[in-house]
Structure formats: C-alpha cells, structure tokens
Design a protein around this ligand. Sequence first.
Ligand SMILES: [Zn+2]
Length: 371
Amino acid sequence: MESTGARVRVDPAGNLLGIYPGAQPDAPALLIGSHLDTVPCAGAYDGILGIVLAVALLEELQGRRLPFSIEVIAFSEEEGVRFGTPFIGSRALVGRLDWELLDTRDAQGVSVKEAIENFGLNPKEIPAAELEKDTLGYLEFHIEQGPVLERLNQPLAAVEAIAGQSRSELLFIGRANHAGTTPMNLRRDAIAGAAEWISTVEHVALGVPGLVATVGKIEGKPGAANVIAAEARLSLDLRHSSDDIRNRAVDDLIHEAQEIAARRRLLVRADTLSNQKAVDMDPFLTREIECAIIKTGCKPHRMVSGAGHDAMIMAEKIPAAMIFLRTPGGISHDPAESIAVEDVVKAIECGMHLLDQLASSPEFHKRTHRA
Ligand SMILES: [Zn+2]
C-alpha cells in the first residue's frame, strides 16, 4: 500500500489501514475493504480478495487525487472462529466493541483483550478506532460464496441487502421403546415426527421467494438402531431480506411442528437462539454500483446476501454497499474456492468507474456523515 502513496497504520483493534490522501488535506474519507481472517481449511479469496481489490484501485489511480481520501481497511476478525463472536474488527469502528465482548475467551482461555495485548496493541485505546465524523461510506468487494451469478452467467452484482437470520432449536419428545415389539401404529417416534417436520421446512421455504431454511443438525436419543427414538433435537436456520416474512415463516414452522407433534402424540419445544435483522445496503451507492457495472459492459444485477459481512456492521453508522464477484461452482469456505481472472479485471474496471462517478457526484459529497 505504501508504494501507492498510502499511509499505513494498524488501529487499536488490529485492523490494518492504508490511507490514500484526497485532493485536500481535510478531505472526507471513503472506506473500501473486507476482512483479513478466514475459517479453518478455507479458500484463498473470502475476505482477502476485497482487500487486494481495494489496493488494486489505489494502484490504478497512479497518484491521481480525488475529492475524498480512500481508506483501505483490512478488518482483523470477521469470521468469529477464534472467539465465537464475529465482526470484532468492524464492531470497533462503529463503537460496539465493549468490555463484555473483550472478556470473551478462546479455546485456550485467552480473552480478546489479552489477544490484542499479545499482538502489541492497547485495548484501552479501542475507542480511538471509531469512525471519523466525516466518513462518506464503506464499499466492500466480496466473492458471492454462492451459485447465483454463475447460473446467470454474470461476473458482478450489486448487493441490495444482507438477509436477516433466525436460529432456533426444536425438541420433539416421544417415547423410547423396543424396535421389534412395538407395532408401527402404537409408536411415539420422535425422529419420525422430526423427519416429517424437516420435509415441511423444505416445502414451506420452496414456496416463499427468497426464503432459505435449513435443518443442518439432528440428534436422536437414546441413539440406538434397535430403539425407537425418545427425543429428536433439531436446528433451524432461516434467512430472508424481509424481517416480516422471516418472522412469519418461523412462526408458521413452529405451528406446523406443533400440529405434527399433536397428530403423532409427541411433545415439541421450540427455543429461539438468535434473531438478527436484515440490513439494507445504501440505495444511492447501490444505484451507483449498478451504473458502474453497466459501464463495464455487464448486465446489472441486484441480489440479497445470505451471508453476513462487515458491510452489515458498518451500515449501522455510515452508508455501506457491496459488490459480489461470481464464485465458480458457488464453492466457498473450502480450499476449492476460486475466482476467474477476467472477473477480477471486471471488478477493478467497475471500481474505477465507481470512484470516478462518486468523485463527480454532488449528491455523494453532500452525504458526509455527521455522527
Ligand atoms: Zn467473508
């Protein structure tokens, strides 16, 4: 980053920043970035591609000054693998890295606070990582991590929203009994009831555009081949860009579980584990991204991100927007994750058009964020 003329620093939350100055010394900043960390056995592009693309834009500028400065930001901890809490780096920027969160410990008993100290930083200075008052917005390039753009045969998309997400746990309770001596019509089989409900989950989600629902985990008890299951514990992950549709779907599915349970003489208990609202990306920036995509000769496409991203955290304080790149095979969080070089070229082209559009947009400059 230094070779592009950017001033590089690490903030007190461990985020790496490269500040490429604007035309005036007091020019407001546009942030462009993504995350540096990844998951175990990951691919090479999730997160890091968004940072490399931001650096590529600085290189393309070749010292040209814009009416705003560009801060390339590489977030320190997005995935939440080590501490079970995602978005630690971006939370610091929006002022949501509180002391409670800093006390969270990893599997070795090291707290976030200690990890930051061990890295040579002072956690007491974290409030200094908060966004400056005159930040214009945040842009993030990211691989789609799904099959949609490949199916559409398009390299890029503008992300219009990040889906809200509900996590629940359902417990079907029946009666354990002998698998050989209990006739089929006299059973209270918790796993059979759970299986009927899983099919209902899939059926309901297929009938609601944009809804994705997953039962990713099932645990039967007592768990023997020759015993009818007394208990089946299931996870439910449900996502949609509309919070109303998502909440209604969760209610409907719990109601379906109760009907199935009643018919099968089972009991069912449903617990909500988490509820995360959908986050809209900034409409102005999303429109500008679409224009920039058209200028690269590609069709504009808007989509909802089913995965969470730093942009969702940044959107709490400043206008945020995202650009997705086609992901071959839709494969991510796996060493087989890949990207087409032509698509990266299109992304850089799109990014340069976007910077030029924003540089000449009076509306963009009026939007300087006042915290
Ligand atoms: Zn990511």
